[in-house]
Design a protein around this ligand. Structure first.
Ligand code: NAP
Ligand code: SF4
Length: 673
């Protein structure tokens, strides 16, 4: 019997039988904007081959003013329809099903032409929207219905009408953004007139036996959001208007509460979807922070939903469903919810990919093919780069030995997994362990590779990683100074008052480690909701209440030399979460310091080129988070001995070392050897 009997059971939606209850949720990857339709088709076809029940495309603009940014993709011409045919044909040939998301961004559109119910600028866009008149509203509805008809013509199995996350339809629904006094504003009946009219007109445009998903904001997480009664009323009305299935939206994009980041507890919002079960006759989909089949199965078993949406997990592993159904769930590459290669890329205008799986969105270009000539490879260092290189070389048929001088694999990932809110990194290290076990790679732990011991190999890949940098600050003998690696691995401990030197990604992580109690709030969902101010939308509009930050475990000061606010260089989609979390725990952040001396009582600092305002930052422990230096000694010795070496990961470039670059570089190298 299947381990996931509910997840892998069929579901009839819109006259179409889906083979299982797994939806690949919409993701804007910027792929469609490349206009390379073979590449787009291969991205979706690969996931269709992996067995997902239904996929939803990234958001397609219904018109120019509704596009997320100028030039956003949409079905505007016969050529566009023909291009999308390439995608739907390929998906159908692969045995899959695909719906197109219609996304009207309203005031979130990054362009001067953006439109909205009322002329209120959003906090996340520089462009004030134009208030729509009656004629303008009719145009938007007609354009959305036309987009749906064109989606059908292009061969899609359905459409998803994006009605959540604070986009155009959502903007009409709540008084936060709708101040109108005509028939499109004022009472709740008036405010939901537009989304209901959209659903009716879309249904009329596509006919029956065509999937119409409506993505409904079930907890807005913004001031003046919907009440629970209103959510239920809208859900019933959307069903009556012709939707075949309801998908869950959690939080507006402008909400100051994280909803998908790695520090959000797993399945953190399925309780919200569960509240809707029984109120409507059509199936309901739940979403957010579900990344493993056993979690999805539990969500269904507990009656939280009829179907489960996962999006980023399908970047990490296109064959998620197939592996689950074949009893190989341990082989599913885990999405660690880091956003580093997906959403952070999307917002930077780059094509999304995945930290764990660099082939995501690069299927046509990064191909792992059998090697023409089999060789014996030594890979030295079993961190993210070394493991990826070893696995990829072995997959291609090479004979691979992986050397690791410590007693465990994982390298720097072993520090990351100790950081509160980064527990998902355990899953990544475990997955690497499983894949190594099930591969032909010979793993030699507790083995220091040297030049003599490597002579029998045809070539060597060096992934010897990094060593924490010692910034050489004058230090008193009695001062208690540790580096981040020793602190996070438990070799060294910190006192009650700590100064952290260096406010990069690791400085922020270490500060979190010092102020947060164990296990972290990520593992305690009720406390996590309290800390961020999330409540039941039945109790407070939009599910928003006053945050109750937990008491910090220690007093921490985080410092950097750059004369700017610490944390500015952190990632776009998650940096604000780290900054807000530390602020809530009273961490003092200081930029523009010179480190004069580390003393027993703290760090003596001064400010500016004139070294003015000298003072002591009190601390009983000082933690160094001042970057890393490459471990290249073995590589240099091998080169001196005339050997062919390939250097990857932190051993290659220590600056801005991260797992995304290490894994990508390792896979790309191994694909060519
Ligand atoms: P980093 O981001 O380069 O930060 C190093 C910090 O040390 C900086 O604040 C730098 O700032 C300071 N520093 C450098 N040399 C120094 C010196 N000689 N004396 C005193 N201060 C010095 O490096 P990291 O924090 O070690 O992180 C390494 C990489 O891991 C990052 O690039 C990041 O990609 C990755 N990472 C990412 C995340 C994430 O959340 N995405 C989390 C952790 C790590 P000043 O020069 O201004 O003092
Ligand atoms: Fe998940 Fe990170 Fe990959 Fe995005 S980059 S899909 S969040 S693992």
């Amino acid at each position: 019997m299947s381990l996931y009997p509910l997840l892998l059971s069929p579901l009839v939606v819109g006259g179409i039988t889906l083979p299982n209850r797994v939806l690949m949720g919409s993701m804007h990857t910027n792929l469609e904007e490349t206009r390379d339709w073979n590449r787009v088709a291969e991205f979706y076809a690969e996931r269709a081959r992996g067995g997902v029940g239904l996929m939803v495309t990234g958001g397609m603009a219904p018109n120019r003013e509704g596009g997320v940014f100028p030039g956003a993709a949409g079905l505007f011409s016969a050529q566009d329809i023909a291009n999308h045919r390439v995608v739907t044909d390929r998906v159908h040939d692969a045995g899959g099903r695909i719906a197109m998301q219609i996304l009207h961004a309203g005031r979130y559109a990054y362009g001067k032409e953006c439109v909205a119910p009322s002329p209120i600028k959003s906090p996340i866009s520089p462009f004030p929207p134009h208030e729509l008149d009656e004629e303008g509203i009719e145009k938007q509805i007609a354009d959305i219905a036309t987009a749906a008809a064109r989606a059908k013509e292009a061969g899609y199995d359905g459409v998803e009408v994006m009605g959540s996350e604070g986009y155009f339809l959502n903007q009409f629904i709540v008084t936060h953004t709708n101040k109108r006094t005509d028939r499109w504003g004022g009472s709740y009946e008036n405010r939901i007139r537009l989304p209901l009219e959209v659903v009716r007109r879309v249904r009329a445009a596509v006919g029956t036996d065509f999937i119409l998903i409506y993505r409904l904001s079930m907890i807005d997480l913004v001031p003046d959001g919907s009440t629970w009664d209103e959510v239920v009323m809208l859900a019933k009305a959307v069903e009556a208007a012709g939707a075949s299935i309801l998908n869950t939206g959690i939080g507006w994009h402008e909400a100051r509460i994280p909803t998908i980041a790695t520090s959000v507890p797993q399945r953190a919002f399925t309780w919200v979807t569960k509240k809707l079960m029984g109120h409507v006759g059509i199936p309901v989909i739940t979403s957010n922070r579900i990344n493993r089949p056993e979690i999805a199965e539990a969500v269904l078993a507990e009656g939280c939903a009829d179907m489960v949406s996962m999006a980023r997990p399908f970047l990490a592993d296109p064959h998620f469903v197939r592996k689950a159904s074949e009893g190989r769930a341990a082989e599913i590459a885990p999405c660690i919810a880091c956003n580093q290669a997906c959403l952070d890329h999307t917002f930077a205008g780059k094509i999304s990919t995945c930290l764990v799986n660099p082939r995501a969105c690069h299927e046509t270009e990064l191909v792992i093919a059998p090697a023409a000539e089999k060789k014996r490879y030594a890979v030295v260092g079993a961190g993210a780069a070394g493991i990826t290189a070893a696995l990829t070389l072995a997959e291609r048929g090479h004979d691979v030995t992986l050397f690791e001088q410590s007693n465990q694999i994982g390298g720097q990932l072993n520090y990351a997994k100790e950081v509160p809110g980064k527990e998902e990194f355990h899953g990544l290290v475990n997955w690497f362990a499983t894949m190594l076990e099930r591969s032909s790679v010979t793993l030699r732990l507790n083995t220091t590779a040297d030049v003599a011991g490597l002579t029998s190999f045809d070539a060597v890949v060096i992934a010897t990683g990094v060593t924490p940098r010692d910034p050489q600050i004058p230090t008193d003998a009695r001062a208690q100074v540790v580096n981040y690696a020793d602190l996070l691995s438990g070799v060294a401990q910190a006192g009650q008052s700590v100064a952290v030197i260096g406010a990069g990604g690791i400085g922020f992580d270490v500060a979190e480690f010092l102020v947060e109690k164990s296990p972290s709030a990520t593992m305690r969902p009720a406390d996590w909701r309290k800390e961020w101010g999330v409540t039941d939308p039945e109790l407070k509009r939009g599910g928003l209440t006053d945050p109750e930050p937990a008491r910090a475990e220690r007093q921490v000061t985080l410092m950097q030399r750059k004369p700017e606010k610490p944390g500015r260089g952190l990632a776009k989609t998650t940096g604000w979460i780290h900054r807000a979390s530390l602020q809530a725990k009273g961490v003092t952040m200081i930029g523009g310091v010179n480190y004069e001396r580390i003393e027993a009582a703290g760090v003596r600092v001064s400010f500016g080129p004139g070294r003015e305002g000298a003072r002591l930052v009190p601390a009983d422990t000082v933690v160094l988070c001042t970057g890393q230096e490459s471990n290249r000694a073995l590589a240099d010795r091998l080169v001196a001995a005339g050997r062919v070496v390939h250097v990857i990961g932190g051993a290659d470039v220590a600056a801005e070392l991260d797992a995304k670059r290490a894994i990508n570089q390792a896979m790309r190298l191994a694909a060519t050897l």
